[in-house]
Design a protein around this ligand. Structure first.
Ligand code: 2M8
Ligand code: MG
Ligand code: MG
Length: 267
């Protein structure tokens, strides 16, 4: 079994970034040896800091499916793959170059992380200064705030598509990235564990946002975690065979509720 989880608004509270309520279920996963794999908009630096804090050693999927980091241990990777980063997305310098040129050319009103210092980012997100500076250490995506009209947005979106890039909606920001998403990274890792274990893993995925849809659709059990601020991510019936669960509780409380129920049922 494998668990793939979004962080903000899912394992972490949308406002306080607290994971406390999820600890009982996390502890059960640890004792059963079920890898809990972060699949997040966050950077490698942010994800590694949280994994250290929780004592989790597992692959990390960062920047919305843009890259997969494999840990050094034999449980999670072949010798050749250990400690490596597999890149599925684009280079951030290319994305920022494209974004700035387009803004200059079209006069769009938008702001992105590259316009802000850590203090401004901390004010927008409620992260601490240290956390905000880790969120700035991006390599494969650029989060932005759209401050222009809906009409201009449709135009912007088609320019992004024509350039071969994508836009995904996170809890607070739009993310500009390469041709990837959390679902693609999930499928890559399932193949990877299939090779390591000799059998296909059974997968639960948990997420609260629109950028989690592809990940939820690619899992056997899709958990839509309730958000205090926005609706459940939409799932297309046509593209998923998943059993779908909607949590009663929000964020890490909902995480604990869904994972505990799954472990009860499969033990
Ligand atoms: C950004 O991601 C969230 C996740 O959904 C968002 O769009 O709201 C990321 O840039 C991440 O690196 C950062 O930690 C987070 C802080 O809220 O915002
Ligand atoms: Mg989220
Ligand atoms: Mg996220």
């Amino acid at each position: 079994r494998l668990i793939f989880t979004d962080l903000d608004g899912t394992l972490l509270d949308h406002h306080s970034y607290d994971f406390g309520p999820a600890l009982p279920a996390l502890e059960r996963c640890r004792s059963l040896g079920i890898p809990v794999i972060f699949n997040t908009s966050k950077t490698l630096e942010e994800s590694q800091a949280l994994a250290r804090e929780l004592g989790i050693e597992a692959p990390l999927v960062v920047e919305n499916g843009s890259a997969i980091w494999l840990p050094a241990s034999a449980q999670h990777a072949t010798e050749a793959a250990r400690g490596k980063i597999v890149v599925l997305g684009a280079r951030r310098s290319d994305l920022v170059g494209f974004l700035h040129a387009l803004r200059e050319q079209e006069g769009y009103s938008l702001q992105s992380f590259s316009d802000w210092d850590s203090a401004t980012l901390a004010a927008h997100t409620g992260l601490s200064l240290t956390q905000a500076s880790s969120a700035q250490q991006r390599a494969y995506s650029e989060p932005l705030l759209w401050q222009d009209t809906e009409h201009a947005f449709l135009h912007f979106q088609s320019r992004v598509q024509r350039a071969g890039y994508r836009l995904l909606r996170g809890g607070r920001f739009l993310h500009l990235l390469g041709q990837t998403d959390k679902g693609r990274a999930l499928r890559w890792l399932c193949d990877h564990y299939h090779g390591l274990w000799g059998q296909a893993p059974r997968v639960m995925a948990l997420g609260d946002g629109q950028n989690d849809s592809a990940m939820l659709e690619a899992a056997q059990i899709a958990v839509q975690v309730r958000s205090p601020v926005h609706p459940f991510p939409t799932l297309s019936r046509a593209s998923t065979n998943a059993r779908v669960i909607q949590t009663q509780l929000c964020g890490p409380e909902g995480w604990n509720e869904a994972v505990q129920a799954w472990l009860d049922e499969t033990q």
